[in-house]
Design a binder for this molecule. Structure first.
Ligand SMILES: Nc1ncnc2c1ncn2[C@@H]1O[C@H](COP(=O)(O)OP(=O)(O)OP(=O)(O)O)[C@@H](O)[C@H]1O
Ligand SMILES: [Mg+2]
Length: 250
């Protein structure tokens, strides 16, 4: 395997809620430029792991490093800065600002990050609106659009800043097939452009977009599958994933 930089690493990460230990000492390195996928049954700890790795939630034990820097005990202020500048987030349920239109939601994320000029933000917003087929819905509030439109806007909002590392937790969980493909295409595009992606999903079509797939069971990483970078749907790729998942009685 080629030598890749470690972008984020967790050592012996644990997370407990009372006496329920959800993450049982996970050691994991995420590599720059990878599209990493975490699969696993409901309740296996996927979201918990994503929240801990992204600094949204504190681990109960273990060590977390981002680009070689220990962020385990980083202050909330430092973590907020990191999340705003380097990370992007997409969730199963969108967290759009309800008082702003879809277009304003996308635009605002670009303006807040501070690394783009207003003109650049405007151009990118327009491009993403076209790409995500949001022309008709762009001037409506999140409450006035469909779930698919809202989610497409949420993904556009997450990628407009070109985050170093994009975290996505079941971003297609509530979407139909057409919307799912559009959202996945945008994640694939981010990856192709060099961004790192960490996707949590139980959906095979979504998992196929990754080049590295991890399987989580009861808070332990049980296996890892490496794939070539995604270049469109291929039978062989689907079969590889299917037979790997069979090993976990999936
Ligand atoms: N805030 C919390 N307090 C107590 N227990 C929690 C909390 N959050 C999660 N859990 C428990 O931790 C376990 C793992 O939850 P998590 O949300 O990480 O699972 P998941 O793999 O993402 O599942 P799903 O596929 O259903 O989203 C579950 O048993 C859940 O009930
Ligand atoms: Mg979850």
């Amino acid at each position: 395997m080629e030598n890749k930089d470690v972008i984020l690493s967790g050592k012996e990460i644990t997370k407990s809620y009372g006496d329920n230990t959800v993450l049982q000492g996970i050691s994991l390195e995420l590599y720059a430029g990878d599209f990493t996928v975490i699969m696993g049954a409901s309740g296996s700890g996927k979201s918990t792991l994503l929240y801990v790795l992204s600094g949204m939630d504190k681990p109960s034990g273990g060590k977390l490093c981002y680009r070689g820097q220990d962020i385990t005990n980083a202050s909330e202020k430092e973590l907020t800065k990191l999340r705003a500048e380097d990370f992007g987030f997409v969730f199963q349920r969108t967290h759009l600002v309800s008082s702003l239109t879809l277009k304003e939601n996308i635009c605002m994320a670009g303006l807040i990050c501070g690394s783009m000029s207003e003109k650049e933000v405007k151009e990118k917003t327009d491009m993403l609106i076209l790409q995500m087929h949001l022309k008709k819905a762009k001037d409506r509030l999140p409450a006035q659009v469909s779930g698919g439109e809202a989610q497409r806007a949420a993904v556009a909002r997450a990628v407009i800043t070109k985050p170093v590392l994009l975290f996505a937790d079941e971003p297609t969980g509530a979407l139909n097939k057409a919307n799912t493909e559009e959202v996945l295409d945008l994640l694939t595009m981010a990856h192709t452009e060099g961004q790192s992606v960490l996707l949590v999903t139980h959906d095979r079509d979504a998992a196929l977009r990754g080049n590295r797939i991890l399987y989580l069971e009861d808070g332990i990483i049980m296996g890892e599958l490496m794939l070539e970078p995604y270049l469109g749907r291929k039978k062989e790729r689907e079969q590889k994933l299917a037979s790997w998942l069979e090993g976990f009685r999936w």
